[in-house]
Each structure stands twice: as structure tokens, then as C-alpha cells.
Design a protein around this ligand. Structure first.
Ligand SMILES: NC(=O)c1ccc[n+]([C@@H]2O[C@H](COP(=O)([O-])OP(=O)(O)OC[C@H]3O[C@@H](n4cnc5c(N)ncnc54)[C@H](O)[C@@H]3O)[C@@H](O)[C@H]2O)c1
Ligand SMILES: [Zn+2]
Length: 673
């Protein structure tokens, strides 16, 4: 008796929670628990009720579907109920379902099933009368839905008039309204710009778009429609569902490329694995696959339970989203100095992996989502992508949550943190000094186009940093033979060679040296320009932002980064040590006095070049930091014409773009070199 009371209590609690979740999900389009958690609650309730059938009541969420429709729209009564669907979460559950189907049909042999993706969108029923779209309704509570005809008429994938001929007098097509993942992201960006509501996921966005009171708003939303079933049909359109699908296709509906007929559970399972493997590259959000008995007469024999057909099952994919709590937020410094806010989470299982950290991308994103320490959030882990915080469950925000701010100093090295003027990224300015950036900084320093220290590669640098033999690039000049030989895979001879190359690298050019420092945004061409413009390192190091900004082709944002780099005291220290170690620039700088500085410019090569091959010309341009494009556009800076220049030269002149003949072009290259 005691036991039964406890079960009854738990059942009541579960029903309350599930009813609340249903209301938030179906009516408000604002769920506060993850689908995975919802599914667990529902499954627990189903199991308890199965063990205590006398406790089942008709209003239990296990016995009904969805929610009462919103009064803002007219009501649509469904001629046939729109049900929910049973789920299989494991292979065993799928085999049990198949066994029940075969038992129900009295069959030993494999049953033919249709297999299709389970689209994560909104159910809609479309009623066609004499080939014309008459009414479109949401599922609502399964019996009555909302009349959203005006909104559905704006969806291009929904035919307003059925194509071809041969359709029955009444045809109800049921399917899913979805938003492609890409369009969803764009939609959220636009919403953000307009200061409007951000949607948690494509399903939510689709539901919100269909519930607009003004169909013009719906018309602007990227909605799509995939049929997955039939409602009332006045005369049969095939003995099998797969035949009906072929006819729907002829009548103008978009059928998923993944729609298929399979036989028995083994083929079901290989279909499941195939869709699961492509899940993350599919254009639409998919949360499982659905198998349905293909033969329509067999469906009739199997019939329905209170909530769902016996002839269909949704084989669910592992959930990619879960709820958990943000215990802290850290500033994580990457290899290139970019600082990312990372949420430290109460550990949670997401698709089979324990997740303890999730990225918040950058400070803007964190503000936009309004994530605070102490918040309950939805965490998403899709494929190999780093787990991310999708959004906050505001209803669960406790008192005393804490806001997070980007630190002014790098948490790893204490250098200044600067926001990149035109990007959302913050960066540690201690590029030469910051331990988080060591490996990256040293590899860049040693690269061929920088200090050109052959042999100082990935594996070796990792070891040197790990053993703390090299903390900054200046330490490269303090390596000795004994230390090197003690390293893995390093013999006498290679240690000797490396030391010789390090010694040789001390004599370089100012341009190479500047490039080697790894100043944010400063590539080879810019380093070259800085070297020419300022002539000496000291002049550049002491220049103001305005003075740097005055260099041709150097913009404000770059000037700010260069200035910040040289005014970070840690970097100045490292530069000082490099010079003390004997790094100097005896080599003559290349003169670049061309009329047209090539770095960053876009060239189009046209006609046949005689003196040099087109490939050579292209390569030389690219070496000088220029780009080569195939066709002339407004972005083109210069068109080079060889023999038979064709229409490209005309177009260039029309657009007012510089046109050079081959001799002039060679001269330009010559002067640049
Ligand atoms: N997070 C929450 O608070 C919350 C609340 C309620 C429901 N839910 C989610 O909704 C699910 C239950 O919802 P449900 O009863 O609407 O439906 P369901 O997801 O269990 O399955 C039925 C629905 O799937 C859709 N569907 C997509 N592709 C289909 C296909 N190929 N064939 C047939 N149907 C297809 C249809 O809209 C159909 O109505 C739960 O499993 C849960 O994930 C979440
Ligand atoms: Zn740092």
C-alpha cells in the first residue's frame, strides 16, 4: 500500500512537470527543459503507468497529444486525429516494436517499412479540396488545431494548387514545416540587428514564424515543407504509402531525398546509421528516423493506441542538447592570443560524452545570450564540434547570478587585452611573451619567410616549450648543445646543424624581423612597408598610432594593433633580448618604389603573356602579396593585358581600372623585387 502511494505521488509530480513543459513547448514556443530531459520524464511516467494501469487517467500526458490551440487563431477540426508517435531509443526497443508489428499482422517474414528522417519542425495538416489548398492547421491537441492558412500560403514548398491531375476530391497532406539550419542562423542575425527575439533552435523559429498574426512576417521567413503522411483522403491513392508518396511528388510536393523503403530491422538499422552519420551535414535539423508500415491495409489492421499509431515508430538519435548549470566562466587564451569566454559546467552527459566546458565564442555572443554565472543553460554538442552554450533558461535564473566581463589583462601572462576594432575578438597583446601563445609564436618566428630557422619544427618546439627551455622567442638564441642533445630524437649532428642555423638567422632584414614578431594583422607585405617607411626599429617602436596609420595601405585597426604590440612592456623586453642576443639587419632592404604597391591588390591577367608564362606571373604576384582573380569586377585593381586581351580590357577601362601592357607590368614587377 505504501509503495502504491509513493508511485501515485511520483506519477502526479511527473504529470505536473510534463504538462508544464508541454505548455511552454507547444504554446509559448519557449521550452525550459531539453528534449532529452522531457523524453526521460515521459518515459518514466509511461513505465510507472504500465506497472500500475489502474492509475492511468484520461488526462495523463501519456494519453493525449500536444496542447490546446491558441485562441488568437481560428480553430481547425481535424477530420482524422493528428497523433504523436512512439519512440525507440535503442536497438532492442526497435526490435520489440518490429516484433509487435509482425505479431499484430501474424507474419513471420520481414515487413516492408518506409524509412525517412524525423524532421525537427512543426506538424501541419494541409487540406486540399478539388486540388486547391483550402485549410492549413497546426496539430494543436490532436483533434483541434489553429487555422494558419494565411501563413502557410506564403510557404513556397506548399503548392496552392496541386500540379497535374488525378488527385482525389479531398486530400489531406500532413508534414513538417522546417527552417534550414543555415537560414536559421541568418534569421537570428537579422533578428538581433532589429533588436528582436532570438530563437533557441530552428524548430522554435519555425513555430514562431507560423504563429505570426501578420502573414507578411511569415512570408519573410525561410520556411520549407516536407510531407510525411496523409489525413483524410476521399479515395485511395495507392495500396502502399510509398505509392502515395510518388503521387504527392507528382502533385508538387517536395519529397526528401532520403525517403526509402526498407525490409525488416536490419535494413532499418543500416538506414538509421546512414542518416546518423550524415546528421550534421544535412541542411535540416533531424532528431531521428521514422519507420512506418508501408502497406496501408496493414496499418488499418494495427490501428492506434491512445496517443500514437502502432504502425510507426520514431528511432531517436542521441540528444545533442542538455540542460546544466554554469558554475563559472573562464577566459581561455588560444594559441594565437584570442581570448574566448568558456563556461565551466556542472558535468552533464551529451550524446554519450561527459561535457564539463562549453564555449561562449566571444564577449558579444555572451552578452547577446545574456549568460551569467549560476544560470541554467542549454548545452549543445554536435559531432566533433566543441560544445557550445545555446541559450539560457531564464525561468530558472536564481537570485545572485553574476555577470562576467572580459578581463583587462591576460589571465595567463598579465599583458594587456585589446579588442580587435572590426571583429568581436579580444586578444592578449603579449604575443612574444604569453605562455599560451608560445608554441605558435616560436613556430611563426622560425618560419622560412620569417627568421628562416630550418629544423625548428612542430615536435621540437612542443618539447622545448614543455621542458621550459624556451619561454619566449629570445630564448631560441640561448639554446646550447648539451640541452638539445638531451631531447628526444635529437642527435649530436642535428643539434649542431640547428645551432648553426640559429646563429645564421641573426643576420636578417628589418622586414623579416618585423614579420617574425607575429604582430597581429602584420603579414609579410605590411612588414616590408613598415620597414621601408620607418627605416629603423626604434622609429617604429616609438611611433604614435597616427604616424603608423599614415603608412600607405595600413588602416586604423592595423595601426592600433601595431602600436599596442610595441607598447606592451613584455614584448619590448623580448625585442630587447633579441637585439642583445645579436639579431641585426645588415641585409639591404628590397626597394619597393612601384607606382602601385602590390600587396593586397587584385590583378586580372588577360590574353597570352609572351615574355613570361601566366603561371609565373601569377606566382610572382602572389609572392608579392597580391591576389589574382579570374574575372574583372569592381574589386579589381589592375588588369594586365597580353596579346589578344579580349573584352576584359574593355570592361576594365569602362570601370576605370588601371590597364597595363606586358612591358609595363614587367617593369612593375622588376621594381618591386
Ligand atoms: N523540451 C520540452 O519541454 C518538450 C516539451 C514537449 C515536447 N518536446 C519534444 O517533443 C517530442 C514529443 O513531441 P510530439 O508528440 O510532438 O512528437 P514526436 O516528436 O514524438 O513525433 C511526432 C511528430 O514528429 C514529426 N515528424 C517529423 N518527421 C516525421 C516523419 N518523417 N514522419 C512522421 N512524423 C514526423 C511530426 O510533427 C509528428 O507530429 C518529445 O520527444 C520532445 O523531444 C519537448
Ligand atoms: Zn597572454
Amino acid at each position: 500500500m505504501k509503495d502504491r502511494d509513493r508511485v501515485a505521488g511520483r506519477i502526479a509530480a511527473l504529470r505536473d512537470r510534463i504538462n508544464e513543459a508541454n505548455y511552454r513547448y507547444y504554446v509559448l514556443d519557449a521550452p525550459t527543459i531539453s528534449d532529452a530531459e522531457y523524453d526521460r520524464l515521459l518515459r518514466e511516467l509511461q513505465d510507472l503507468e504500465a506497472g500500475h494501469p489502474d492509475l492511468i487517467t484520461p488526462d495523463s500526458p501519456t494519453q493525449r497529444v500536444g496542447e490546446k490551440p491558441l485562441a488568437a487563431f481560428g480553430a481547425v477540426r481535424h477530420a482524422l486525429p493528428m497523433t504523436s508517435m512512439d519512440n525507440a531509443f535503442t536497438e532492442d526497443e526497435l526490435r520489440d516494436w518490429d516484433a509487435r508489428v509482425r505479431k499484430g499482422l501474424g507474419r513471420e517474414a520481414d515487413v516492408a517499412y518506409t524509412a525517412e528522417p524525423k524532421f525537427d519542425g512543426v506538424s501541419v495538416s494541409l487540406r486540399y479540396e478539388r486540388g486547391l489548398l483550402a485549410v492549413a492547421g497546426t496539430r494543436g491537441d490532436g483533434l483541434t488545431g489553429e487555422d494558419i492558412t494565411a501563413n502557410v500560403r506564403t510557404i513556397k514548398a506548399v503548392p496552392l494548387r496541386l500540379h497535374g491531375a488525378g488527385w482525389p476530391e479531398v486530400l489531406e497532406v500532413r508534414g513538417e514545416v522546417v527552417i534550414p539550419k543555415k537560414d536559421f542562423e541568418r534569421l537570428n542575425e537579422e533578428q538581433l540587428k532589429r533588436g528582436e527575439k532570438i530563437f533557441a533552435n530552428p524548430r522554435n523559429a519555425a513555430a514562431g514564424s507560423l504563429r505570426q498574426l501578420d502573414p507578411r512576417v511569415t512570408a519573410g521567413r525561410p520556411l520549407n515543407f516536407f510531407p510525411w503522411g496523409l489525413g483524410q483522403v476521399s479515395e485511395p491513392i495507392g495500396a502502399r504509402y510509398s505509392q502515395a508518396v510518388a503521387r504527392m511528388k507528382d502533385w508538387g510536393f517536395r519529397i526528401s531525398d532520403y525517403f526509402r523503403v526498407v525490409h525488416g530491422t536490419d535494413e532499418c538499422l543500416s538506414y538509421y546509421r546512414e542518416i546518423l552519420a550524415t546528421r550534421n551535414v544535412l541542411p535540416f535539423e533531424v532528431d531521428g528516423v521514422v519507420y512506418k508500415v508501408d502497406e496501408l491495409a496493414a496499418r488499418d489492421r494495427l490501428g492506434f493506441t491512445a496517443r500514437a499509431p502502432r504502425w510507426a515508430v520514431a528511432h531517436k538519435f542521441p540528444a545533442q542538447e542538455e540542460n546544466t548549470v554554469v558554475e563559472d566562466i573562464l577566459a581561455s587564451v588560444g594559441r594565437t592570443g584570442v581570448i574566448t569566454p568558456v563556461a565551466v559546467l556542472r558535468p552533464v552527459q551529451v550524446s554519450g560524452v561527459t561535457v564539463t566546458h562549453a564555449t561562449l565564442h566571444n564577449e558579444d555572443e555572451l552578452r547577446r545570450k545574456d549568460v551569467r554565472i549560476g544560470d541554467t543553460v542549454i548545452v549543445r554538442r554536435a559531432g566533433d564540434v566543441i560544445p557550445e552554450v545555446v541559450g539560457v533558461v531564464k525561468e530558472k535564473r536564481p537570485a545572485g547570478t553574476r555577470l562576467w566581463h572580459m578581463p583587462a589583462k591576460c589571465p595567463v601572462c598579465g599583458s594587456d587585452v585589446l579588442r580587435e576594432p572590426e571583429a568581436a575578438a579580444h586578444r592578449c597583446m603579449g604575443g612574444l611573451y604569453c605562455p599560451a601563445q608560445r608554441v605558435g609564436a616560436i613556430l611563426h618566428f622560425a618560419a622560412r619567410s620569417a627568421m628562416d630557422i630550418e629544423g625548428l619544427g612542430d615536435k621540437l618546439v612542443e618539447q622545448l616549450v614543455q621542458k621550459e627551455m624556451v619561454k619566449t622567442v629570445a630564448d631560441v638564441y640561448r639554446l646550447d648543445k648539451a640541452g638539445l642533445v638531451a631531447l628526444e630524437r635529437m642527435g649530436e649532428k642535428s643539434a649542431q646543424n640547428l645551432l648553426e642555423r640559429i646563429e645564421a638567422s641573426k643576420a636578417t632584414t628589418l622586414a623579416r624581423f618585423l614579420y617574425a614578431l607575429g604582430i597581429p594583422q602584420v603579414g609579410e607585405a605590411t612588414a616590408q612597408q613598415l620597414a621601408e617607411h620607418f627605416g629603423t626599429l626604434d622609429a617604429l617602436m616609438d611611433a604614435s598610432v597616427e604616424e603608423i596609420d599614415a603608412v600607405p595601405n595600413i588602416g586604423e585597426s592595423m595601426a592600433a594593433d601595431i602600436h599596442a604590440f610595441f607598447h606592451e612592456k613584455h614584448n619590448r623586453e623580448v625585442v630587447g633580448k633579441l637585439r642583445a642576443a645579436g639579431v641585426h639587419w645588415p641585409k639591404v632592404e628590397r626597394r619597393a618604389k612601384a607606382a602601385l604597391p602590390l600587396a593586397g591588390k587584385t590583378f586580372v591577367l588577360t590574353g597570352s603573356l609572351a615574355a613570361m608564362s601566366r603561371e609565373d606571373a601569377k606566382k610572382r604576384l602572389q609572392d608579392l602579396g597580391a591576389k589574382v582573380a579570374a574575372s574583372v569586377s569592381k574589386k579589381t585593381d589592375c588588369v594586365v593585358v597580353g596579346e589578344d586581351p579580349g573584352s576584359k580590357a574593355d570592361k576594365a577601362r569602362e570601370l576605370g581600372i588601371a590597364v597595363l601592357d606586358e612591358p609595363a607590368f614587367l617593369k612593375l614587377l622588376g621594381e618591386e623585387r
